[in-house]
Design a protein around this ligand. Structure first.
Ligand SMILES: Cc1ncc(C[n+]2csc(CCOP(=O)(O)OP(=O)(O)O)c2C)c(N)n1
Length: 323
């Protein structure tokens, strides 16, 4: 490991000297904003981006020896779709703090590495900065910090904070007379925190039409199934009763994610709650739907196997693109 200085030109707030993790097998590509005009092509581009983000994210966790890869892989399709095709924001807007930018709050902050890797793939931070994840003095902490990375909108990590913060952001937008949107990504285990239900009540009561919450319904939390710990069902009925428009989708299907995000705001004027059915560890065979992968660290061989499986997906996307 070598020490290096990374700083503002990396999309970070200030300079810091820290150690670097091993380089990935190849650098993460930085993607252009995806044009939704040709929907079929857009879905393929987003699938490619999500697969590249997973390739890079698993190498970071392997090199750092820590992370939450299972719950990161379940939401990377949503993160890639939001940052590359949906959110009305850009690296320049984030850095300038443009008040009219859309906001995204990653409430399940333990999936920080997925957020950082997506931010790098979308040009908000430099891909080289990913090599500082969890290193001494690095700004890429185990949980996102808004005073360290321009594009991070809220400090999260303690579960149950993101939705209340997002409700506040959506109220602020309304008071400003702004149409900017606020998105928040939550874990399903996280919904066991009571603060979410106060926020759901307020979002429904105030008809915060530009607020979109997505719950990563991977059915697993830390060490156990959500249903065995403190069951959420009937989740859709409960959230509807709190005054929200509820949409259920396959959250690892980019086309369905695009429809759900672009279908908001709902004509009813209610806030939107997307129940995104996903698999923890998706799509890697040994990780998928396996609770051990909440925070297990892949061995060198397991990283290699994941890369092989992800490269097969990239090859199949390429074959579809050539059709
Ligand atoms: C208030 C709080 N309690 C406990 C934790 C420790 N913790 C981190 S992740 C996690 C499980 C979260 O499960 P879920 O929301 O379903 O996330 P996912 O499975 O999608 O990663 C727990 C208990 C925490 N971060 N915050």
């Amino acid at each position: 490991m070598t020490a290096t200085t990374v700083g503002p030109h990396f999309g970070l707030v200030h300079e810091v000297t820290t150690t670097l993790l091993a380089a990935p097998d190849r650098e993460l590509p930085v993607f252009e904003r995806v044009d939704l005009g040709d929907r079929g092509a857009a879905v393929l581009q987003l699938r490619r981006a999500a697969t590249e983000i997973r390739r890079r994210a698993i190498q970071t966790v392997g090199a750092a020896g820590a992370g939450h890869i299972g719950g990161e892989f379940s939401i990377i399709d949503a993160l890639a779709t939001l940052y590359l095709a949906v959110l009305n924001t850009s690296p320049a807007q984030a850095e300038a703090g443009d008040p009219e930018r859309d906001r995204l709050v990653l409430s399940k902050g333990h999936a920080a590495n997925a957020l950082y890797t997506t931010l790098a793939a979308a040009g908000f931070i430099s891909p080289e900065a990913l090599r500082t994840f969890l290193q001494p003095e690095s700004m890429l902490n185990g949980h996102p910090a808004r005073n360290k990375i321009h594009a991070v909108e809220a400090n999260t990590g303690p579960l149950g904070h993101g939705l209340p913060i997002a409700v506040g952001m959506a109220v602020a937008a309304e008071l400003d007379g702004s149409e900017r949107r606020t998105f928040v990504l939550l874990g399903d285990g996280e919904l066991q925190e009571g603060s979410n239900w106060e926020a759901l009540m307020t979002g429904g009561h105030r008809k915060l039409r530009n607020l979109v919450a997505l719950v990563d319904r991977n059915r697993l939390q830390q060490g156990a199934k959500v249903a065995e710990t403190n069951d959420l069902e009937p989740l859709a009925d409960k959230v509807r009763a709190f005054g929200w428009e509820v949409v259920e989708i396959d959250g690892n299907d980019i086309g369905q994610l695009l429809d759900a995000f672009t279908g908001a705001p709902a004509a009813s004027g209610k806030p939107t709650f997307i129940i995104a059915h996903t698999d923890k560890g998706f799509p890697v065979s040994y990780m998928r739907d396996n609770v051990a992968w909440h925070h297990k660290v892949p061995s060198t061989e397991q990283v290699a196997q994941a890369l092989t499986e992800l490269d097969e997906i990239l090859a199949s996307i390429e074959a579809e693109e050539e059709k």
